[in-house]
Write a protein that binds this ligand. Structure first.
Ligand code: SAM
Length: 336
């Protein structure tokens, strides 16, 4: 099958798969505990896509040009038997790379099985080294030491790893230099993520965004950096390296310098909907197609139709007003 492209000529290369809408954290910028309290109703199990369904879709997406899967959530390590899914996805012809995004709390117990199942890459989310700052941000008081220990363990096991830090103005900018120093010394790439207007519940505004430019200036006070060329079309991070030891550091600049024009990413939500952008207001119900007896050809045709009609470039056009008025889907469904 020929590579499918959208209205702006962007191919489909990556698929993010959210395997659960549940999370063990209540990060203030994602699933604040005031909204996601004890009585919050998550998706019942039968509304999540089964591993058979995800694998079937994996084959279909691979036939359309997808080369890379990333498993996410919610917290993906909460999904039972995840290594089983990884193994199935890793065996799909044409798939070159599988990654997992996790908060890392449960990684200690699962890392070995995931590695043996074929998982090569991990993105660990960690927003601070200070127990107070991190405990406050994750909404559960969880100590970062647990995650730091699991990062070391996964590194020793052979995983390729990056650490992602969401930066919120007035909350954790004091953690930028300690985090940079810590991961530079350990040879692990740290990426700073601008606080984004995803979800309805995180009281986002431009004022709370610390931009790449501001973070970069802070780093420059301490370190000598040089830019690194992009590796491939659609790479989202702006990359730099520390001149003295060559370790990389990156920025995900979704707000201040959007990268819609090279976005090759689709998202399969934990609700079985297909989203063609992170900032989507609605999705295309693939679960319904799977469960109503459609053939692979029919599903392939439907997905091709969705992608080839894609004309999203929300971040390129974002204003404070569009950010406020837009109907949003929570990150726990759509997968970060
Ligand atoms: N639970 C997993 C984790 O923590 O990595 C996977 C899902 S989480 C939604 C994926 C990533 O999205 C995390 O790095 C998280 O920090 C980031 N994220 C969530 N809400 C965000 C926001 N409003 N702005 C920027 N990044 C956000």
């Amino acid at each position: 099958m020929a590579q499918v492209v959208d209205k702006f000529g962007r191919p489909i290369r990556d698929l993010r798969i959210s395997v659960t809408d549940k999370c063990n954290f209540r990060c203030t910028y994602c699933m604040p505990k005031e909204i996601f309290g004890d009585d919050y109703v998550f998706l019942p199990e039968d509304q999540l896509l089964s591993f058979d369904e995800v694998t079937r879709l994996g084959h279909i997406f691979a036939s359309l040009g997808v080369k890379k899967f990333r498993i996410t959530g919610g917290e993906p390590l909460l999904r039972k038997n995840l290594p089983d899914l990884i193994e199935r996805l890793a065996n799909i012809p044409g798939i070159e790379d599988i990654g997992l995004t996790t908060n890392g709390v449960m990684l200690g117990r699962q890392a070995e099985d995931l590695y043996n199942a074929g998982l090569q890459r991990l993105n660990l989310s960690l927003d601070a080294l200070s127990p107070d700052v991190f405990g406050e941000m994750n909404g559960r008081g969880t100590n970062p030491q647990i995650i730091l220990k699991n990062i070391e363990l996964a590194k020793e096991m052979g995983f390729q790893m990056k650490v992602n830090m969401v930066v919120k103005k007035g909350v954790n900018e004091g953690e930028i230099l300690p985090m940079a120093t810590h991961f530079k010394e350990r040879g692990i790439t740290l990426r700073f993520i601008e606080f984004m207007d995803v979800g309805n519940d995180n009281a986002w505004s431009f004022e709370k965004v610390l931009t790449k430019k501001e973070i970069y200036h802070m780093l420059q006070e301490e370190f000598e950096l040089e830019p690194v060329e992009k590796d491939y079309f659609g790479e989202v991070a702006q990359r730099y390296r520390y001149k003295d030891n060559g370790v990389e550091v990156g920025f995900i600049t979704s707000v201040s310098e959007s990268f819609c024009s090279s976005c090759t990413r689709a998202r399969l939500g934990s609700d079985g909907k297909l989203y063609t952008r992170l900032f989507a207001s609605s999705g295309f119900d693939v679960r319904e197609l799977l469960r109503s007896g459609k053939t692979d050809e029919e599903i392939t045709e439907a997905i091709t139709g969705v992608w080839s009609n894609r004309r999203d470039r929300y971040s390129d056009e974002r204003t404070e007003e569009t950010a406020r008025k837009r109907k949003k889907i929570n990150m726990s469904y759509i997968g970060g």
